[in-house]
Design a protein around this ligand. Structure first.
Ligand code: LLP
Length: 442
């Protein structure tokens, strides 16, 4: 069965009677007019259908905790939607934890990840009642135990391990290989468990966690990861008589940015995960664990698009034609960071057949600020509205104010209605944190 992450476009994307692109029943050209561009648009029904695909895919496994990796896109409205679909949250900062808290999320359903959690963040997480800490290293173990002890609390933890699995994704988004900044090396786990048993009495160890990378299209890596996690659970039980009933296998399921990407369906992945869990528990003779999953990109990416307005263009004599839009690397740093590829269309020229090959450039002061190289689009004019697909994940969440630009607005569309979920920044927002010391005042 297909799942939503296997589509490039939101499921409601279509051409309307005016010949314009429509998403969530809203005309994209009208959205651009109403809210301005660049504009992030999230299609609620695509987001909900991906959440439901995950739930459906794992429905036969007895205990699953879906934890949306909020680093992909963390806003209060998105937290509300994902929560209402029965997901918990994987968070990695005080900011993400606070967003969950302020959005009314049951904090027991929040998990705190990260390789260098600060004192203030750990304290905030403990005080707000975060359900699980995925402890990454010895320093954090000691710090968390100290804070928990001083507050007379017990922190419920998993240990993050580096399983030594290489997956074929961009080097910057691989995390499960041995030379990684994340987690305990397999040779360090015994010492960590000993410390928990003998010294860190304010930590309660429930299980193991690993995350092997992001935008993963292969499936065997998940099988290998599960086998290592279960083997370790069995080995540690034998050695330390410690019962760990939980494993967290992280996120990583890919999405389809371009026709070349062939991400697996969440239904296929679920079957592979459940089958390998059943096999591994038999092999190592342990109980079927509670399973945590942390999908981020696959949950949110397909539901998001970004609208831009075409401005200047430049034909290099005997060379490329550049067409520039009013956004770029500050609202979507992925092409310049990872050479990420995207598909785009012209929202107001859906039916035009007169095309040309151009390079879609951003407006930031760097030659590397290119959104899409050599894309075939209808001949563009100033004022045309470009829609870049699959920008729901790691776009707004990695956006910057480079060149002192205001971050764009984000709207949620559904059933022909559009609602702002993040306001566009203003020029005054940009200078609101500036301070001029008295000595510089005239
Ligand atoms: N769990 C952990 C511990 C993670 O580190 C991550 C992502 C996830 C879950 C979610 O992975 P996902 O399902 O989204 O693949 N900025 C990069 C992606 C970095 C991913 C970092 N960790 C990008 O734009 O491609």
């Amino acid at each position: 069965m297909n799942s939503t992450n296997q589509n490039i476009k939101p499921s409601t994307a279509r051409t309307n009677a005016k010949g314009n692109l429509e998403i969530g029943g809203c005309d994209a050209v009208e959205l651009a007019e109403t809210y301005g561009t660049p504009l992030y648009v999230i299609d609620e029904s695509t987001l909900r259908s991906m959440c439901r695909d995950f739930k459906k895919a794992f429905k036969d496994y007895p205990h699953v905790n879906m934890m949306y990796a909020s680093k992909a896109l963390c806003t209060s409205a998105i937290a509300k939607i994902v929560d209402s679909e029965g997901f918990g949250f994987d968070t990695v900062s005080g900011g993400e934890i606070y967003t969950c808290y302020k959005s009314g999320i049951d904090m027991e359903k929040v998990l705190f990840n990260g390789n260098n959690k600060g004192y203030e963040e750990l304290k905030l997480a403990l005080d707000l009642g975060v359900g699980r800490f995925s402890v990454d290293n010895f320093f954090e173990m000691s710090l968390l135990n100290e804070i928990a002890k001083s507050e007379n609390k017990i922190a419920d933890i998993l240990l993050r391990i580096t399983p030594g699995i290489e997956c074929h994704t961009h080097e910057y988004i691989q995390t499960g290989h041995l030379d990684s900044k994340f987690g305990f090396d397999l040779t360090q786990i015994d010492e960590a468990v000993e410390l928990i048993q003998n010294e860190y009495h304010n930590l309660n160890l429930h299980g193991l966690h690993a995350h092997i990378g992001s935008q993963i299209c292969e499936t065997q890596v998940f099988v290998d990861e599960i086998d290592i996690l279960i083997e370790e659970i069995a080995r540690l039980d034998k050695k330390f008589n410690i019962k760990m009933g939980e494993i967290n296998i992280g996120g990583g399921l890919a999405v389809k940015y371009t026709e070349q990407d062939v991400p697996p369906s969440v239904f296929d992945i679920a079957q592979i995960i459940v089958t390998s869990l059943e096999k591994s528990v038999k092999k190592y003779n342990v109980e079927l664990p509670v399973l945590f999953l942390e999908p981020g990109r696959s949950v949110i990416s397909t539901s998001g698009v970004t609208l831009y307005t075409v401005g200047s263009s430049k034909q290099v004599p005997n060379g490329k034609k550049y067409v520039a839009v009013d956004g770029g690397m500050a609202d979507n740093p992925r092409p310049s960071l990872y050479e990420a590829e995207y598909v785009a269309e012209v929202a107001n020229k859906k039916e035009t057949t007169d095309t040309e090959i151009i390079t879609l450039a951003g407006k930031y002061c760097e030659s590397g600020d290119i959104l899409i190289k050599d894309i075939k689009l209808p001949k563009l004019d100033e004022g045309d509205i470009i829609c870049v697909y699959n920008t729901g994940a790691y776009n707004y969440s990695m956006a910057s104010n480079y060149n002192r630009r205001e971050k764009p607005c984000m709207v949620l569309v559904n059933s022909s209605q559009s609602d702002i979920i993040i306001k566009r920044e203003t020029l005054d927002d940009l200078i609101s944190k500036d301070v001029i010391p008295d000595k510089l005042k005239g």
